[in-house]
Structures are given as C-alpha cells and as structure tokens.
Design a protein around this ligand. Structure first.
Ligand SMILES: [Zn+2]
Length: 388
C-alpha cells in the first residue's frame, strides 16, 4: 500500500530558483500541449496522446526551434509528468467525466515539480532533518522525523503555495513486515579476523581465509607471474622472432588470469549477498554497524589488500538497500565510538586494548568476553548513531 506524506521544506535560494524555474516550464508545457490538442480537437475531434506529444516536443519541436531549448534546462521527468497529467485530463474529458481541460494560470494553478525513483537500485535518501531531491540535492525539512527514514520513497513532488514550499512523497507501507520484525536489534562488528560477529551469536568467517580462496589466490599469483615472464621474454627476443604465435600465447595467458580473477570476485560477492540475506532474515527491529573508515584502512599498505578482499563497502551498500526494503532501521555508529574498548558489563573503557588482545578482560569488573563479541554488544546498545 502506498502512503503519502506532505511536509514543509526549507530550500535555500539556489534551490528556490530551480523549483520556480521547473514549475514555470511545467506550466508552460502543460498549456502548450493543451493548446496543441485544442486545435486538433476543434478540427478533427481527436487528441494527441501525452506520450506522442512528449516525443514530438523533444525530437522535433525543440531541435527545430532552438529558442525553446530552455524547456530542456529543467528536470525532464517533471516536464514529462506535467504532460501526462494533461493527458489524463483529456482522457477524462473524452469519457465525459469532466470539462475540457483548462489552461493553468500563473500563481493560481497547482503546478508541481515531480521527481521519481527511476531505477530499482537508486534510493531517494531521506534523513530526519533533510531529503535528497533529484536536481535539487539535500533540502532541509521543517518538521524533523515526519517522513519515515527507514522506508523506500517511490516518488514525490515539490510544490509552492503562498510563499511556502512543500514536499510530498509516496512511500510503500509494508505492514506485514513491520509487525513481524523482532523486537531485538542486532549489533554487527565487522573485521578482518572474522567478517562479522553479531550480537545474537551469529559469526560469519572471513571467506578469504578458507582453503578454497587461499588456493585460488595462489593459483592467480602463479598465472600472473607466468604472464609477466611471457611479456619479458617477448621484449628480449629479436624483432624477427616476435611472431604471431608469441602474441597469441600472451593473449591466452591474459585471459586465464582474467577468468581466475573473476572467479575469485564472484565467490566474494556471493558470500556478501548470502550474509546480507541471512542477517535481514532474522528480522531485527534495527541493525547497528560501525562507520568503517575504509579509505583510511586502504591507505595502510599492510591492510589494504585484506580490506579490499572483504568488500565491506559492497556489504554496507547491499545491507542498506535490503534494510530499506524490509523497514529495518540501519544505524551507523561513528567510527570514533570505541566499541571494542568499552566493557559491556560496567561501561568502563580499556584504553590500552591492543589489536592482538583477542579476549576482552575488564580491569574494573573482571568481565571476560571475546573481543569482537563484546564490540557487537556495544554496537547493539549504542545510543548515538546516524540512520542510513
Ligand atoms: Zn567492566
């Protein structure tokens, strides 16, 4: 079921200009289409569909009349939507459900700026205090938290009335998922030793440490060495000996390396997908993860390969999409929050915790737990976080 939410926004001047320009162009095109159809209707009692008009406008009219190219300066989705609104008005008229559509007058009519989710993978991001609208960017919301931040926005529009600006969005409400979500949230500690340690006890190992991947990586290195040797020998040979055969040989070897590389990548991606599905299947009411400093970690020569091979970024992106779909709140904790250093029992902080300390032992209360499991519990119970 789709539910609509309308609330006031607080755009900056630059955004106001874009909104007014878009609304102005939409009104112009709406009226243009009406006038065009009126003429045809009076002559032949027919009408041109919105689809055909839109095609004609973009492919014939504007290219031939460059003085109208300003129509293309605003969101084409908005323009298309205003044409389709007029199209519906015509259809109602032809079914005798309404009068002949009227022209929209400046300042009086309800012309809006539409935006839609164009792609299943694209998300219209919305946070408690702001929403990211295509062509406008982040726009501040006056009433914080009114639009749900853990659901997918299907489409929306921006409107203007009496000096105020509004956004209304359509959101897929999934009541079934909402009610069946487990009350308990989950904290996930991501790492290099294991991929993920969850506060509910679930442990996902680092796939790069499995026999299968270690073997494949070795094989890849071997084939890469072979390839570079082949390049070297090609360089050293006399010109007359550089034959087609040698080139073919290199090409084959290159293909072998690429295939092996792809196979390894596929195994890693499948693993990420599996973990994401397994975690959201638990249907926790929220999931908390750390905002990993992936860029910083990649700068560390010793860690960068291990970090890249774990695909943390891909994991985070996929988890975010799934959480939005299912209405699970994804909480992101600041990377300065020392989830590993806090004692989950008494809250004291162990400043001298080393990376090599695999077991957390609290100096104050004696609490003893696996280091990463302790971190996952702290993440689950974190009070300060950002919602993805
Ligand atoms: Zn303690």
């Amino acid at each position: 079921m789709l539910k609509a939410y309308k609330t006031e926004i607080n755009p900056i001047n630059k955004q106001k200009i874009i909104i007014h320009k878009t609304i102005g162009v939409c009104r112009y095109v709406y009226n243009f289409y009406l006038a065009h159809n009126k003429e045809i209707y009076e002559k032949e009692k027919k009408f041109v569909s919105g689809m055909d008009f839109s095609k004609w406008l973009n492919n014939e009219f504007i290219p031939r009349n460059q003085e109208y190219s300003w129509i293309k300066e605003v969101s084409s989705k908005s323009v298309k939507q205003s044409i389709m609104n007029a199209d519906r008005a015509f259809k109602r008229f032809f079914k005798h459900e309404s009068e002949f559509p009227r022209f929209k007058k400046k300042n009086k009519s309800d012309v809006k700026m539409y935006f839609v989710k164009t792609d299943a993978k694209v998300i219209i991001p919305c946070e408690r205090h702001r929403i990211k609208i295509p062509t406008l960017g982040w726009v501040r919301l006056k009433e914080k938290g009114y639009i749900p931040t853990n659901k997918i926005i299907k489409s929306g529009m921006v409107s203007y009335k009496a000096g105020r600006y509004y956004v209304s969005v359509l959101i897929e409400e999934n009541d079934i998922n909402q009610t069946t979500l487990d009350k308990e949230g989950i904290g996930i500690d991501l790492g290099l030793k294991d991929f993920a340690i969850c506060s509910n006890g679930l442990i996902k190992k680092n796939i790069n440490k499995t026999q299968q991947l270690i073997k494949l990586e070795k094989q890849l290195k071997r084939e890469q060495r072979k390839l570079s040797r082949k390049y070297e020998s090609l360089k050293q040979r006399n010109k007359k000996l550089k034959g087609e055969a040698a080139r073919q040989n290199i090409f084959k070897q290159k293909l072998k390396v690429q295939k092996l590389h792809q196979r390894i990548e596929n195994i890693r991606t499948d693993y990420i997908n599996k973990i994401v599905n397994e975690i959201v299947k638990i249907k926790p009411s929220y999931i908390t993860i750390e905002d990993l400093n992936i860029k910083g970690m990649m700068k560390n020569r010793h860690l960068s390969k291990a970090v890249a091979s774990q695909k943390f970024y891909e994991f985070r992106t996929k988890l975010e999409v799934k959480c939005k779909e299912l209405g699970i709140e994804l909480r992101i904790v600041d990377r300065w929050y020392s989830s590993s250093k806090i004692c989950h029992q008494c809250g004291s902080i162990k400043k001298d915790l080393k990376l090599s300390d695999r077991v957390y032992i609290c100096d104050k209360c004696g609490y003893t737990r696996d280091r990463d499991y302790n971190a996952s519990l702290n993440l689950r119970d974190a009070k300060t976080y950002k919602i993805a």
